[in-house]
Design a protein around this ligand. Structure first.
Ligand code: GAR
Length: 207
């Protein structure tokens, strides 16, 4: 079985990235057993823990800040090229807080996995945890899905449910979501890599 090449995109603390790295390391078969390895980590900003985690693990990194390019399209092209240089089979957007553009989607649609801290289609966007709390929802969770041209609108692969407690604030709730999210992401990425998958319309089947 070929080992899938993962490029992971991050913008922050990178605990989802770390969960993937740990799972690959902990598998008795290593990347061969897990079915995937992280070949590079990309970010839209410098100085974040996510990049430090990659560097500590000896994984190549690249950084494409939006502000470094004259237009959003130029940024998207640069991100696409920097990603493509690592020849990924799958791209994992793990807390990457930028919406990728036409070039990136055109090249990689069906191969970009995102994790979102809410039960989509509820509470898409940059503040999924805050919005669920403000709405007064009683349950929320996380969604691992393929990325399409919309914001958090692509086909759902898996979801995890988390109860909202009366005493929750955004930070406490997000922390409990992230515990579920890390396990879900590791499970999904491993299964996609090991078994392959089909996307038919909105339906994703892991083979
Ligand atoms: C995760 O909870 C992820 O779902 C969220 O950012 C966090 C990143 O955590 N992403 C979004 O909100 C995207 N809209 P991490 O950097 O510790 O992996």
């Amino acid at each position: 079985m070929a080992v899938s090449r993962l490029v992971v995109l991050v913008s922050g603390s990178g605990t989802n990235l770390q969960a993937l790295l740990d799972a690959i390391d902990a598998d008795p078969g290593g990347p061969e057993g897990f079915g995937a390895r992280v070949v590079a980590v990309g970010a839209d900003r410098d100085g974040i823990a996510g990049l430090e985690r990659a560097e500590k693990a000896g994984i190549p990194t690249f950084v494409c800040p939006v502000k470094a390019y004259p237009t959003r399209e130029d940024w998207d092209r640069a991100l696409t090229e920097a990603t493509a240089a690592h020849e990924p089979d799958l791209i994992v957007s793990a807390g990457f807080m930028k919406i990728v553009g036409k070039e990136f989607i055109g090249r990689y649609e069906g191969r970009i996995v995102n994790t979102h801290p809410a039960l989509l289609p509820a509470f898409p966007g940059a503040h999924g945890v805050r919005d669920a709390l403000a709405y007064g929802a009683k349950v929320t969770g996380c969604t691992v899905h393929f990325v399409d041209a919309g914001v958090d609108t692509g086909p759902v692969i898996a979801q995890g449910v988390v109860e909202i407690r009366d005493e929750d604030d955004e930070a406490a709730l997000h922390e409990r979501i992230k515990e579920v999210e890390r396990r879900l992401l590791v499970d999904v990425v491993g299964r996609l890599a090991r078994h392959g998958y089909r996307i038919e319309g909105r339906k994703v089947t892991i083979q």
